[in-house]
Design a protein around this ligand. Structure first.
Ligand code: HEC
Length: 120
């Protein structure tokens, strides 16, 4: 019994660790922003209006997960703003709103976010 509660405690502290946040963000970057040479990323497809409904749903889920974690660096308020901008842009594209792609291109600015939030 004692052993079990100890294990539970260890598990809970692991769940709350910053490592998990990094995993969510890294997973999103690898899956949607970074692609092998010569292959368009899903992010690029979204900017080019070529993403399928499934790809839009997947990338939205990923941005929503990013929005729930604390960034490894930089103010949480700025992080929230950037994640929300990505989320709202993808939702606009899903709804067929022509302003969505423009908003997405602005929101997915790699450098603007990395400068503030990516650890060196
Ligand atoms: C909303 C903020 C944000 C935007 C926009 C963003 N990134 Fe990132 N990215 C991050 C953060 C934060 C990390 C650091 C993750 C970590 O180390 O925990 C990161 C890490 C990465 C990594 C390293 C992943 C790894 O394996 O550790 C790559 C590659 C990357 N981003 C590519 C891109 C590209 C390409 C774009 C633009 C198309 C982009 N990112 C846009 C926040 C962002």
């Amino acid at each position: 019994m004692k052993q079990t509660s100890l294990r539970l405690l260890v598990l809970l502290s692991m769940l709350g660790s910053p490592l998990l946040a990094d995993d969510v963000i890294e997973e999103a970057m690898k899956k949607f922003h970074k692609a092998p040479d010569g292959v368009d990323t899903i992010s690029k497809k979204v900017s080019n209006k070529e993403a399928s409904p499934q790809e839009l749903a997947d990338i939205l889920k990923s941005y929503e997960a990013m929005a729930t974690v604390t960034p490894p660096r930089g103010p949480k308020s700025s992080w929230d703003e950037k994640c929300q901008a990505l989320i709202s842009a993808v939702k606009k594209i899903q709804a067929g709103d022509a302003a969505g792609v423009r908003a997405y291109k602005k929101a997915v600015n790699c450098k603007a976010c990395h400068t503030l939030h990516k650890p060196n």
